[in-house]
Design a protein around this ligand. Structure first.
Ligand SMILES: [Fe+2]
Ligand SMILES: [Fe+2]
Length: 255
């Protein structure tokens, strides 16, 4: 059976004045090389911040789509949730086209990234365990601690202007070939694509509880994950409630 694997154009999730939050498109045939990934670009004025730039083989697609919104050399920040290849595999290529960009990553991973082979001196900003605020354009981007969700040194990024929360691997959905949608429509149907990942990759229930404390008080309109589909409206709350309802994850799930 042949499946129709489509190429999707970028989608602007938020735009007001000169501030934008953009989903950077997808070619469903990337599925044949590795897990499908989402990348996002925040633009404020003439500054850009790229969230989880992605693996080596998605670089060309992401680069071409970024150029529709900003000159790559104006990317000020390459913000990383954690150290996985699907997150950082294109880093060397990005540093060639965005030579002024600063890299933000957990202080736990700062010593590991230079093994990709780039000149790291002065390029990497360590995010401390408690998170930080990163000045961006007329506003800021908040690095929210999400340790053990799944990486030991893990951050999500919240844009208070658009109220969009980039959740890295949290909220990931893994689809079979030929199945894909950008926004979650039917949450209950969507759960089956999320559950195996969250059961096995999230380290423990305690990690979930700690993260819930971190996001208390944040006004979140959209949750945008690195894999799968975007949660908006009622589905933001439904996702958080579903996560709370998972009794056993990680170490309690497999042993
Ligand atoms: Fe990961
Ligand atoms: Fe991932």
């Amino acid at each position: 059976m042949s499946v129709n694997l489509k190429v999707h154009k970028p989608y602007v999730l938020y735009e007001e004045g000169d501030h934008k939050f953009v989903w950077l498109g997808l070619d469903e045939s990337e599925h044949e090389k590795g897990i499908l990934t989402n990348q996002y670009l925040i633009v404020d004025g003439d500054e850009g911040a790229l969230l989880d730039a992605g693996g080596y083989f998605v670089f060309e697609r992401v680069y071409e789509n970024v150029k529709e919104f900003i000159k790559p050399e104006n990317i000020k920040y390459l913000l990383f949730s954690h150290q996985d290849p699907d997150v950082i595999g294109s880093l060397n290529l990005w540093l060639d086209v965005a030579p002024n960009a600063e890299i933000y990553v957990s202080e736990l991973w700062e010593r590991f990234l230079p093994h990709l082979g780039f000149e790291a001196a002065g390029k990497i900003i360590d995010i401390p365990d408690q998170g930080m605020s990163i000045k961006f354009g007329k506003s800021e981007i908040k690095a929210i601690p999400a340790h053990f969700m799944h990486s030991v040194g893990n951050f999500h990024y919240y844009d208070p202007v658009s109220k969009i929360y980039f959740s890295g691997d949290l909220g990931a959905a893994v689809f079979p070939a030929g199945k894909w949608y950008l926004f979650v429509e039917n949450f209950d149907e969507h759960v089956k694509y999320m559950e195996p990942f969250h059961r096995r990759y999230i380290v423990s229930k305690k990690a979930i509880d700690h993260w819930l404390e971190q996001i208390k008080g944040l006004d979140i309109k959209i949750i945008a994950p690195q894999h799968g589909s975007i949660f908006q409206g009622e589905n933001v709350k439904k996702f958080i409630e579903w996560l709370k309802s998972l009794d056993k994850v990680g170490i309690d799930y497999i042993w």
